[in-house]
Write a protein that binds this ligand. Structure first.
Ligand SMILES: [Zn+2]
Ligand SMILES: [Zn+2]
Length: 286
């Protein structure tokens, strides 16, 4: 299947595709590329540069270079059209060569900086990339509703990561009452700078701010405790919220550093650059 925009965003890729590795593919150590995958591979290497026939008939031509996600090492894998009519494109996977995704996991291929990247992830991890960002109106609307009802949360006493099933898709739950508590702490002001201007929201008649998860929820699979917690939620004016997601690296980095400086607990656990990595906001410093 072709990458959706959140996949491209996560990998900073221009284009990409992914599939599940079948038992058969794992057992045979060969993957038959789907249309979207084959299209990208042919476009990258060029139709005439891909070996037709078996690997042994021209080992040099059969071997192609990829880059492995996430460590960016070079990877040499055999890629051939087994039949002269070039209808089927086959990639040989091999632990010796450094790429042997498990059956049932997701393997993916994407284009970035004129290079072709390969990688794999557990299905659970893959699905968490699809986690709604806090931009979704539904979440911000539910926070406003929570402000209107004014019920205080019993703040996830179990400390468990709570998931919910939305139309067959399991997502990590975000409790709007926690965001409301954060807003109460910050007096409905932007945490980057309390002087940032916003407007009065129609429903609540309070200054309009948005809740942002500082370590984005899509990285929940890397943490044992819920990322939907009071310290990880940031109250931001709409301008800063868009900025932390979409601004150029230097501006994003400034916003991240600003919030980081106000999170003493987080500072004990992660470095500023580790946090910035979650935003693809790594600055080359000299
Ligand atoms: Zn956000
Ligand atoms: Zn702001």
């Amino acid at each position: 299947m072709r990458f959706q925009s959140f996949h491209k965003d996560f990998f900073q890729a221009e284009d990409g595709a992914y599939s599940i590795v079948t038992e058969r593919e794992f057992f045979d150590s060969q993957i038959t590329l789907t249309d979207a995958e084959a299209e990208m591979v042919i476009d990258h290497f060029g139709l005439d540069n891909i070996q037709v026939g078996n690997v042994a008939s021209n080992r040099e031509k059969a071997s192609q270079t990829f880059i492995l996600f996430p460590n960016e090492e070079y990877l040499h894998l055999n890629l051939v059209f087994p039949k002269p009519n070039k209808t089927e494109l086959r990639l040989y996977i091999s632990s010796k060569a450094g790429f042997k995704p498990a059956a049932g996991s997701i393997w993916f291929i994407y284009k970035k900086r004129e290079q072709l990247f390969l990688g794999n992830m557990q299905e659970k991890e893959w699905n968490s990339l699809n986690q709604n960002d806090d931009f979704d109106d539904e979440y911000q609307y539910s926070i406003e509703s929570s402000i209107l009802t004014g019920i205080n949360p019993d703040v996830n006493p179990s400390g468990q990561i709570i998931t919910q099933n939305v139309g067959g898709r399991v997502i990590i739950a975000r409790d709007p009452r926690l965001a409301r508590m954060r807003f109460n702490h910050t007096n409905y002001l932007c945490e980057i700078d309390a002087n940032h201007e916003t407007f009065i929201a129609q429903r609540t008649l309070l200054p309009y701010v948005e809740a942002h998860h500082f370590i984005p929820i899509k990285f929940q699979h890397l943490f044992n405790k819920p990322l939907d917690n009071l310290e990880n939620i940031v109250s931001l004016c709409p301008n800063c919220h868009r900025g932390i997601h979409y601004a150029v690296v230097d501006h994003k980095y400034d916003l991240i550093r600003n919030i980081y400086s106000k999170r003493p607990q987080l500072r004990k656990e992660l470095s500023l650059d580790e946090v910035a990595q979650f935003y693809n906001a790594i600055r080359i410093t000299d």
